[in-house]
Design a protein around this ligand. Structure first.
Ligand code: GLN
Length: 239
């Protein structure tokens, strides 16, 4: 990999890629390119080692068994943890979000050891959370209202060293009125959509972390805004 480019790493497309979550990588690539930031994306299959020189690591959702496999391989590999220690950013969705914590519920509800990048623990909830989510983001992050959809059995308990990403207005999220969390530059969420297509502000937060800047030059988001208005209007109008 060349170090003069922004390096995006998509972790395990063969295990963790439900609901078009891979679109998150495409959105980051596009938003970087539109600002003349050179980008390189590496798709790392589960048989391959995790490159440690990435800037943003992305993980998607997955079914229970691929999630367990992915967690075991990532733990054995160790590269993601070393990249985070070096200051890399992580954006993890649903199964990916659960597995970067310390523990999550397996297909029979058994506790499965996670990668332990952040202080969260997930377990099987009483009923599947399915549907649209609307959530208000921690004001510290300066990101507009989140829109997305969720489909998961797990609920997630946040430890003291992480902050909730947002408070749910509609939907289940972590299961306690919050949705997602972040700690340093590691951010996890239950949102699909893909999340970064529905929430370009979140994409720009990740890009600004990776570039080490406060703000990025604005770009024309007419299409994203139309999608957001349609989704937010429909979901909040149902209330
Ligand atoms: N298997 C996990 C759960 O049901 C994650 C599901 C997903 O990624 N959509 O909680």
């Amino acid at each position: 990999m060349q170090s003069d480019k922004l390096r995006l790493i998509w972790i395990y497309p063969d295990l963790l890629s439900t609901y078009g979550d891979q679109g998150n990588v495409l959105v980051l690539e596009q938003r970087a390119r539109r600002r003349n930031i050179p980008v390189e994306t590496v798709y790392v299959r589960s048989a391959d080692p995790i490159p440690e020189q990435g800037d943003v690591y992305l993980l998607g959702g997955g079914e229970d068994r691929p999630q367990i496999l992915a967690a075991a391989r990532l733990r054995r590999d160790g590269g993601l943890g070393r990249a985070v220690e070096r200051g890399a950013s992580v954006f993890a969705v649903c199964a990916g979000y659960q597995l970067i914590g310390t523990v999550f519920g397996g297909e029979e509800g058994q506790p499965v050891e996670g990668v332990g990048l952040i202080d969260i623990g997930s377990r099987r909830g009483e009923r599947r959370a399915v549907g649209e989510i609307v959530a208000e983001v921690d004001p510290e992050l300066g990101v507009p209202t989140l829109t997305g959809f969720e489909n998961h059995m797990g609920v997630t308990d946040l430890g003291p060293s992480v902050r909730p990403l947002s408070r749910t207005v509609v939907g289940t999220g972590n299961g306690d009125g919050t949705e997602g969390c972040y700690s340093g530059r590691v951010l996890g969420t239950y949102l699909h959509g893909p999340a970064l297509a529905r929430n370009p502000g979140l994409a720009d937060l990740l890009l600004s972390w990776a570039m080490g800047v406060e703000t990025l030059p604005p770009i024309d988001d007419t299409w994203h805004e139309r999608l957001r208005d349609e989704r937010l209007g429909t979901v909040l109008g149902r209330q």
